[in-house]
Design a protein around this ligand. Structure first.
Ligand SMILES: [Zn+2]
Length: 179
């Protein structure tokens, strides 16, 4: 059985190296939709696989980190990174380029970790719609594919403004590194 939860966020980025000059060289934004698709092979009490509000609690804070924020590729120039930091309270640095493809991998990777205690649930895929007509869908094989880039928790950075919205400012580190 597949359980789906939809999240929405507004995010700004550049996609360095893109063949489109607009994508690569002009800071711009999208109204993203992220669909997390979970596979369940059992029910809990009430004959539900997992409460939809529980999915929101476990995943929403992380996806919301990217709402009204600028996502920066860690390999971008120091000049660009510092300029964004000085003009935007909300920014996130990721170890991969913030394309729809990488957002899909990123959200799969995160959801897989965040839901790991739910033994009867696994992440089937993560879909990220960058526009109404274009999406990328990531599966486990994509998250594990070294040619698509490694996702390492210690290579992420989130601004104070984002961390302040987590309830626990170390929530991301605790989830991945237990500290
Ligand atoms: Zn774009």
């Amino acid at each position: 059985m597949i359980i789906r939860k939809l999240f929405k966020f507004e995010n700004a980025h550049l996609v360095r190296g893109s063949t489109s000059r607009r994508c690569a060289f002009s800071l711009h934004g999208h109204s993203y939709k992220a669909e997390i698709l979970l596979k369940a092979d059992d029910f809990k009490e009430g004959e539900i696989a997992i409460d939809f509000s529980q999915i929101k609690d476990m995943l929403g804070w992380f996806i919301d980190s990217f709402d009204h924020s600028v996502t920066i590729w860690g390999n971008d120039t120091n000049a660009y990174i510092e300029a964004i930091k000085s003009h935007s309270d909300r920014w996130a640095i990721t170890p991969v380029n913030p394309s729809a493809e990488q957002f899909a991998r990123l959200f799969f990777w995160f959801a897989d970790r965040a839901l790991s205690a739910e033994r009867h649930i696994s992440v089937e895929s993560a879909i990220v719609h960058e526009t109404d007509s274009a999406y990328a869908r990531a599966f486990l094989e994509d998250v594990q594919n070294p040619r698509m880039g490694a996702l390492k928790p210690d290579e992420f950075r989130f601004s104070d403004e984002i961390r302040n919205g987590w309830g626990d400012r170390k929530r991301f580190e605790k989830l991945f590194m237990g500290n």
